[in-house]
Design a binder for this molecule. Structure first.
Ligand SMILES: [Zn+2]
Length: 333
């Protein structure tokens, strides 16, 4: 009985928060009744009699508690699918449930297309990084002090780590949306955006002195760290985070675009395409449409557009390292 009470408590809790989320699908009374009924009848566990709110030695093992959370998640999923099926027959458009579109799971993966595309993004980032690594370490000449001529080598290595970390957590988050994976995904993305802004400033303004670089980096790192700590330990504010990310994203795009317009860099066209492409891709995040066949939504398409852009981006980075190296050698002669 205690288990049922617990499930009912979860249902009540989700309903309570549903009031604030106010997304239409989960406010539907038929859906709510379905989830409630499913919690009563659908969650039969094998070891009756143990209580989740009793003393620790009477409590269920952790995996059983997990199973109950899973039960609610499964109930929501099954009710969502059946309700969406009914709504479709009645000619209604898909609705969001608990802030998310109705996706079909494949092997328990919540958004399989976004997971596959995140993995591809990770692979393209890795390929780009390795090709850059080989170029600067094995193909281009070194300075007499055994360092690369290119002044931004170390910064791009760190960029690659931030980018691959972001796509790793993106793949995990889209497979299973729980509090932890969501926080890791958002935090990684914010860290990557902050770092790429820093990199944009340093590259565009040709900041070469170590002291000047620290002066650029310190305030950005402080701001981004504060924002990440605020999100994780104070309030997970989606609206605020969106504004923060858009501000950082737009700022670096303007920097690159203006620079691409005034510089005589031989690969400025690649830069232009990446900036323009990223700006257009951002529209997909704004014009959010429901998933086609329960699989392909605007967010997944957005993850698809970053694959060719990333390829082109690393190609620009390789060109940049060759261009800087050759002009520095010419200067030295
Ligand atoms: Zn995503």
């Amino acid at each position: 009985m205690a288990r049922r009470r617990f499930v009912l408590f979860l249902v009540a809790l989700s309903w309570f928060f549903g009031l604030f989320e106010a997304s239409s699908g989960d406010a539907d009374p038929i859906y709510q009744a379905c989830v409630e009924q499913c919690g009563k009848t659908g969650c039969n566990f094998t070891s009756p009699g143990n209580s989740i709110d009793g003393p620790w030695y009477r409590q269920e093992p952790l995996y059983m508690q997990w199973k109950q959370w899973d039960c609610l998640s499964d109930c929501r999923y099954d009710c969502m699918l059946s309700r969406e099926g009914e709504r479709l027959k009645l000619g209604y458009k898909p609705a969001k449930y608990h802030g998310k579109w109705p996706f079909k799971r494949i092997y328990g993966i919540q958004e399989p297309v976004s997971v596959a595309l995140s993995a591809l993004n990770l692979a393209v980032q890795f390929h780009g990084w390795v090709s850059f690594f080989i170029l600067v370490n094995y193909k281009l000449p070194f300075r007499p002090n055994k360092k690369t001529y290119y002044e931004y080598t170390g910064l791009w290595h760190i960029y690659a780590i931030f980018a691959m970390n972001t796509w790793f957590w993106s793949a995990l988050f889209h497979s299973r949306d729980v509090d932890f994976t969501e926080k890791m995904d958002y935090s990684s993305a914010v860290a990557l955006l902050g770092y790429s802004l820093l990199l944009a400033i340093i590259r565009v303004f040709n900041v070469r002195l170590e002291a000047a670089r620290v002066m650029v980096a310190a305030p950005i790192i402080a701001l981004v760290m504060t924002h990440i700590l605020y999100l994780n330990f104070f309030q997970f504010d989606y609206g605020l985070n969106l504004k923060f990310c858009v501000a950082m994203g737009v700022l670096q795009m303007i920097l690159w675009a203006v620079w691409a317009g005034v510089t005589r860099h031989p690969s400025r066209l690649k830069l232009w395409i990446v900036v323009l492409g990223s700006a257009l891709a951002m529209l997909l995040e704004i014009y959010d449409f429901p998933p086609y066949q329960g699989l392909l939504d605007a967010h997944a398409l957005w993850h698809a557009t970053t694959i060719p852009l990333t390829y082109l981006w690393w190609s620009f980075v390789r060109d940049d390292s060759e261009f800087r190296t050759s002009s520095l050698i010419k200067k030295a002669k």
